[in-house]
Write a protein that binds this ligand. Structure first.
Ligand code: UDP
Ligand code: MN
Length: 240
């Protein structure tokens, strides 16, 4: 039988939220045997999101990160409380399959889910970046992982993007202390290191030996949020 894919998505309230979630949900609708863990960065879950989830028809789990009692050094790491909440739920409720951290604003090719489904420990693939670097990727020579390429290395053992890897659930459960650190820039590295022992040779290379881009780290431009203004006065027309 097909292993289940548990997609863990941190999300938070802002003007573009429903647009991002609509786009992501309409990608996930194409993937079979998938459970979407949508985790709000808030103390409680909201009716807006639960009604949205119901409407998608996707098998889902709706959670909130809850209050995260952590003092942040160097700013708040984005989505970490939600991802750790998702990991906790998976440890308690999932028996088989793979976990994938899918931020709500990235762009996913549905082929990516075929690539990750049969992960034994940890699988990896390139991520397209909309920067001068162009991509973040494992470097593969003669079918072997020989290094990583990214716009910033920062002394990391695993200098990879959040969207670049999936984890087998039995493997995750064999590492009961695996967790993501609340440290900006080191979220992925801290999590992958916490899966030790995990060596580069254990990593399963996907997307045609990491030669194809099936996910992009996209970002939606922030606009000035809607203000409380008199729309009738400033933008209305009146046909009467
Ligand atoms: N996020 C969150 N709380 C925040 C900021 C971000 O839950 O305060 C989520 C966001 O919805 C996304 C993920 O964390 O799924 C990564 O955030 P973002 O996309 O803003 O980070 P970037 O891609 O710019 O590094
Ligand atoms: Mn993002």
């Amino acid at each position: 039988t097909l292993p289940t894919i548990y997609v863990v998505t941190p999300t938070y309230r802002r003007p573009e939220q429903m647009a991002e979630l609509t786009r992501l949900s309409q990608t996930l609708m194409h993937v079979e045997k998938l459970i979407w863990l949508l985790i709000e960065d808030a103390d409680t879950t909201s009716t807006m999101i639960s009604e949205f989830l119901k409407r998608t028809g996707i098998s889902h789990v709706h959670l909130s990160a809850g209050p995260v009692n952590v003092k942040y050094k160097g700013g708040k790491p984005r989505g970490v409380g939600s991802r750790n909440r998702g990991l906790q739920w998976i440890r308690q409720n999932a028996r088989e399959g793979v976990v994938y951290f899918a931020d709500d604003d990235n762009t996913y090719d549905i082929q990516l889910f075929k690539e990750m489904r049969y992960t034994k420990k940890v699988s990896m693939w390139p991520v397209g970046l909309i920067t001068q670097t162009g991509l973040s990727t494992p470097v593969v020579r003669d079918g072997k992982l020989v290094g990583f390429y990214d716009g910033w290395i920062g002394g990391r053992k695993f200098p990879v993007d959040m969207a670049s890897f999936a984890i087998n659930i039995q493997f995750l459960k064999s590492r009961p202390h695996a967790t993501m650190a609340y440290k900006v820039g080191y979220e992925e590295d801290s999590f992958l290191k916490s899966l030790a022992p995990l060596e580069p040779a254990d990593i399963e290379l996907r997307a045609d030996n990491c030669s194809k881009i099936l996910v992009w780290h996209t970002q939606t431009r922030k606009n000035r949020p809607a203000q409380k203004i008199d729309h009738q006065k400033f933008y209305g027309t009146n046909l009467m």
